[in-house]
Design a protein around this ligand. Structure first.
Ligand SMILES: Nc1ccn([C@@H]2O[C@H](COP(=O)(O)O)[C@@H](O)[C@H]2O)c(=O)n1
Ligand SMILES: [Zn+2]
Ligand SMILES: [Zn+2]
Length: 593
């Protein structure tokens, strides 16, 4: 029996602004297509999202507006629905493809592992034929070694109801950690290519640039500049991803960027009005005609309460047959993968960044104090003093007090990473690793990989300062929320996103009480088998494989001459399995009710 998610809670809502052209965006879903089973405000699944999109399409057709769906990558790695099968994604690709997405591109997580990149080429690209764009990504065919575009470079089309002539691109940021069956071409180089230069000279009403790219990074600045050098006035809508945040950016009065968070917590809504379309078909009903342009955004909390509110439908009128079938397939897949299999009981909430580090409720303090030294034990070297270093970005989600399942293991630690080590490293050098890795600075500039890649960018300072518990009620909420319960006082609000972006603080569709976030380091460390009174001469330097390039760079910085050939396997198991084993052994008891 599938445990049902807690029922969505009624909350004060802001309605969705409609325009001539509207978008729904998903990004960084990381396999969370069953929704969040432990958090009601994000509990809608991919089938519910399909029902929502179909209902919104019906409304768009009724009023003569257009609606396009966008996904900007990182669909894989991060949830049992993708990670628990062999091969990975055995059910997930078929579930995901049921959504009718108009423009879709690749994220870095589709490319870390060669088998995932191959599945992208053989499954997702054909599943979204004509819609999947790969402006700066090539695939190496395994049989011939031939280098070919992962998918078409751009797409030109005219919208159904408004006749807007669109040219769309699909980019990936300048990613260097991909497996060797793909080639990511830097954006700066791609925009000099003839096909791109020709494309930006096309006569269209709107450019849409989707990408697994952060809105404020150098890649979108370069693309914006390139398009504006040819088309000073054509509207441009960017869609971003990768940093896992809700975000909105203004590049100029006719160019904006939008990004819809992570993990199926958020479905993004973007509406554009005032596009001068040469192929104009019909007038819009129900909407005011505007001569100026407007770009409006909303971050939708992914739950049924919100979906019904935004469609004006109810429990029986909202779902579509297609959406219900997909939800049924998700339940079936979860069952086949045994994702609810009980591993143990988490004794308390363990937060990535909702609790200070170090502290009793910090996921990283728990790892550091209880787990790392224990799982990083090699029977042949168990008495050797050792230091174990782990990147905080390797932990992908919080642990909630109570039931911990097979699914939870992949949610927290989805990667196929293993522990590596360099034996007998001088203690003096090894003890400098953690400060060097956490301070970043000049040592990292000489490598291709940047220190911020150690942790997802949203873990960096700017988003992780403690947020003051303030909430202002916006005009748009007061005027538009006739159907929503009235906001009485902030303690009634469910804690959640309180987004501030380039357009202000009225972007969230649901009013929430703010949550405090705390800074965390790039890496944490545990030690084992150390003498109590004196420092050892040498230690085994154990680390998770993802940070190997940085560890070697940091070692060189201390004057050591280690290279890849000195790195050996410390344990054969993937870290996820070590963690699951630790939980089964230490979190016994039964909290299922
Ligand atoms: N084997 C891996 C792969 C990735 N990471 C972490 O994920 C971050 C990137 O994730 P996004 O969803 O933001 O693209 C990366 O910076 C690492 O922190 C990892 O730890 N191990
Ligand atoms: Zn991501
Ligand atoms: Zn990413």
């Amino acid at each position: 029996e599938q445990p049902s998610a807690p029922k969505p809670v009624a909350a004060p809502m802001r309605p969705l602004p409609w325009g001539q052209l509207n978008f729904l965006q998903t990004t960084d879903t990381h396999g969370w297509h069953a929704g969040h089973l432990q958090e009601s405000q994000y509990s809608a699944d991919w089938g519910d999202y399909i029902s929502f999109a179909e209902r919104m399409h019906q409304k768009a057709d009724e009023i003569g507006a257009d609606l396009l769906l966008v996904d900007t990558g990182d669909r894989v790695e991060g949830n049992g629905l993708y990670d628990a099968s062999k091969p990975k994604g055995r059910y997930d690709y078929d579930i995901f493809k049921e959504q009718d997405i108009d423009i879709i591109c690749t994220g870095n997580h589709e490319l870390y592992q060669a088998d995932a990149a191959a599945r992208e080429y053989t499954q997702t690209v054909p599943n979204f034929k004509g819609k999947y764009l790969a402006s700066n990504l090539d695939y190496i065919k395994p049989d011939t070694g031939e280098r070919i575009p992962m998918a078409q470079r751009f797409r030109k089309f005219t919208t159904k109801n408004q006749g807007i002539r669109v040219l769309a691109f699909g980019f990936l940021f300048d990613f260097t950690g991909n497996a060797n069956n793909t080639i990511v071409q830097p954006v700066g180089k791609t925009i000099e290519e003839k096909w791109f230069q020709d494309a930006i000279r096309e006569d269209v009403d709107l450019f849409i640039v989707i990408g697994h790219v952060t809105l404020h990074g150098p890649e979108y600045k370069a693309i914006f500049k390139a398009i504006r050098s040819q088309k000073w006035d054509t509207p441009i809508q960017f869609f971003g991803g990768h940093s896992h945040i809700r975000d909105f950016a203004k590049y100029d009065s006719k160019a904006y960027g939008f990004q819809s968070g992570r993990y199926m917590e958020t479905v993004g809504w973007m509406s554009i009005d005032g596009i001068k379309s040469k192929g104009k078909k019909g007038d819009l009903k129900e909407l005011e005609l505007r001569s100026d342009m407007s770009f409006q955004r909303r971050y939708i909390d992914n739950n049924l309460f919100g979906y019904r509110y935004h469609t004006g439908l109810n429990e029986s009128t909202f779902p579509t047959g297609h959406g219900q079938n997909v939800s049924a397939s998700i339940h079936k897949a979860r069952k086949a993968l045994n994702l609810d299999y009980f591993y143990g009981c988490a004794p308390k909430d363990l937060w990535m960044s909702r609790a200070p580090y170090p502290s009793d409720n910090s996921l990283y303090s728990w790892l550091e104090k209880e787990v790392l030294a224990d799982v990083a034990t090699n029977p042949k070297r168990k008495d050797k003093p050792r230091m174990v270093i782990f990147n905080t970005g390797g932990m992908r989600f919080d642990i909630f007090k109570g039931t911990f399942t097979r699914d939870s293991t992949y949610i927290v630690s989805p990667f196929v990473s293993t522990l590596k080590y360099i034996k007998d490293v001088p203690f003096k050098a090894a003890s400098q690793m953690l400060p060097l890795l956490n301070n970043g600075g000049p040592i990292f500039e000489s490598t291709e990989l940047q220190p911020w890649q150690l942790a997802p960018p949203e873990q960096l300072a700017i988003h992780y300062d403690i947020i003051a518990p303030q909430l202002s009620i916006q005009d748009s909420f007061i005027s538009g929320a006739a159907q929503a319960p009235l906001l009485s006082s902030s303690p009634d609000l469910v804690p959640g996103y309180t987004t501030k972006d380039d357009a202000g603080d009225d972007g969230d569709d649901t009013l929430h009480a703010p949550i405090s976030f705390y800074k965390i380091p790039n890496c944490i460390q545990a030690t084992a088998s150390m003498a109590e009174k004196s420092d050892p001469e040498t230690v085994d330097l154990v680390f998770i494989d993802f940070i190997q390039p940085w560890v070697l760079t940091a070692l060189q910085f201390t004057g050591q001459t280690y290279n890849n050939s000195h790195v050996e396997n410390y344990r054969p198991e993937i870290f996820t399995d070590l963690l699951a084993g630790w939980i089964k052994e230490h979190w016994r008891g039964d909290c299922r009710s």
